[in-house]
Design a protein around this ligand. Structure first.
Ligand SMILES: [Zn+2]
Length: 105
């Protein structure tokens, strides 16, 4: 699919990534609730502000949470971005366990 054939913005990336978050695997095809909760975004591995790069290789489908954790950090590869998201997710889980579940560890 080319940009010109798309019926909505970045349709080619949604379809390439099979409507799943590339970072955490959240499945937008499961049902509408899953789709709605994911609130998918197109993440730029290397943010646009640093170097305008709208090549497909710089784009991944990301759920809202992963997109926020990735943020505007400049990454050189998908693997680097994935490591960043996983690290921030682990920190968030630690915080959750401590402050929400009130567990010691
Ligand atoms: Zn995700």
């Amino acid at each position: 699919m080319t940009k010109e054939e798309e019926t909505y913005p970045y349709q080619r990336i949604y379809e390439r990534d099979n409507f799943k978050c590339r970072y955490c695997g959240w499945d937008g095809l499961k049902n509408f609730e899953s789709w709605f909760t994911a609130n998918f975004n197109i993440d730029h591995i290397r943010p646009q502000r640093l170097r305008r790069n709208d090549d497909d290789s710089n784009l991944v489908l990301a759920c809202r949470a992963c997109n926020l954790y990735k943020g505007q950090v400049d990454c050189n590869s998908f693997e680097e971005a994935l490591n960043l998201v996983n690290r921030k997710r682990a920190e968030a889980e630690k915080w959750y366990r401590k402050h929400v579940l009130k567990l010691d560890s």
